[in-house]
Design a protein around this ligand. Structure first.
Ligand SMILES: CC(C)(COP(=O)(O)OP(=O)(O)OC[C@H]1O[C@@H](n2cnc3c(N)ncnc32)[C@H](O)[C@@H]1OP(=O)(O)O)[C@@H](O)C(=O)NCCC(=O)NCCS
Length: 153
């Protein structure tokens, strides 16, 4: 049996509210845990940026930037990067991350980004210009990670 490729024509990348993206985060990144684990401290702050790829009200990919620090320098931390299983590898993750990076560049003075990257997503981030900045470490509920950064120019 062959699987039809998903229809991408109705999907737009846009700003989102935390309320719109929490269920996708929960399903992809916090499976088996209480929904409250998918609500991150800082989500509601005015400095936080949330983007989604969505078809109408259906959110298929999401990501968030929280204002934070990297080695004492103000930096945005990328959090909650997730794409619905049926839409992986279609470019939605790249589009959402590019939109977030552009928003940080255009709307804030911050030029440094960092994240705790799950190791299976390493090549995805590298392709977007991110660099590994730590040894591998384990997060008990989410597996092996590395710290990555990207400087916006
Ligand atoms: C990482 C993730 C957000 C990428 O989103 P995406 O919408 O698939 O991103 P893109 O389509 O722009 O690029 C996907 C990459 O996966 C590859 N890919 C192709 N088909 C794929 C599939 N069915 N499933 C996963 N990845 C696929 C693409 O070739 C591309 O390659 P790369 O790894 O060399 O960059 C997504 O895989 C995901 O939600 N993973 C599970 C949660 C996760 O690990 N999030 C990151 C937390 S740090």
């Amino acid at each position: 049996m062959t699987t039809e490729p998903p229809d991408l024509s109705a999907i737009i990348v846009r700003r989102a509210t935390p309320q719109e993206i929490i269920d996708l985060r929960w399903r992809i990144l916090r499976q088996g845990l209480p929904r409250s684990e998918a609500i991150f401290p800082g989500d509601e702050l005015a400095t936080s940026l949330h983007f989604a790829a969505a078809a109408g009200d259906t959110v298929l990919c999401c990501a968030t930037m929280h204002l934070n620090q990297w080695e004492s320098e103000p930096a945005y931390q990328l959090r909650g990067m997730a794409t619905d299983d049926g839409y992986r590898g279609c470019g939605l993750g790249s589009r959402v991350l590019e939109a977030l990076q552009s928003a940080v560049f255009a709307e804030t003075p911050i030029r440094l980004l960092w994240c705790n990257a799950r190791t299976p997503a390493l090549s995805f981030y590298r392709r977007q210009g991110w660099e590994v900045r730590s040894d591998m470490f384990h997060i008990p509920t989410a597996g092996p990670h590395v710290k990555m950064t990207r400087r916006l120019t």
